[in-house]
Design a protein. Structure first.
Length: 141
């Protein structure tokens, strides 16, 4: 784990108006979340055969690069402790893709649920949606 990157990420989170631990929590870019992160407990920790943090990053970076995707953001749920990477169980994809199309793209990450979230569970700091875009959450239990 890159401690410097972790500390930078924690500082960015603490500077946000939404405290970590509040529901819904603050979001961060996939680059900020995944670069320097090798903590298998930070995302997908319920998976029996974890594909690795690098696999999560590569899948979501690919999705973000698609023309029908506005952005991909990670919701931070907990800061755990100073020796662990911040914990996330949800990634939000701003896209015009269907739920089924997104499901196919993230299948290798074995999420527990994919789809629209209730309005009360959508982070307040997501960017405004561009025309034709919607929010689809990808969640691990």
């Amino acid at each position: 784990m890159d401690i410097s990157r972790r500390n930078t990420l924690v500082a960015k989170l603490k500077a946000k108006s939404i405290p970590v631990g509040e529901h819904p929590g603050p979001t961060i870019s996939i680059d900020d979340f995944f670069e320097g992160n090798d903590d298998l407990g930070s995302i997908g920790c319920n998976l029996i055969s974890h594909p690795g943090v690098e696999k999560f990053y590569s899948v979501f970076a690919h999705i973000r690069s698609l023309s029908d995707v506005q952005d991909v953001l990670v919701e931070i749920k907990d800061l755990v402790d100073e020796h662990s990477w911040p914990f996330a169980d949800t990634v939000f994809v701003l896209t015009s893709k269907s739920r089924d199309d997104l499901q196919k793209l993230v299948a290798s990450l074995e999420p527990d649920e994919i789809g629209p979230f209730p309005p009360a569970s959508i982070p307040r700091d997501l960017p405004a949606l561009k025309d034709g875009m919607k929010i689809i959450g990808v969640w691990w239990d």
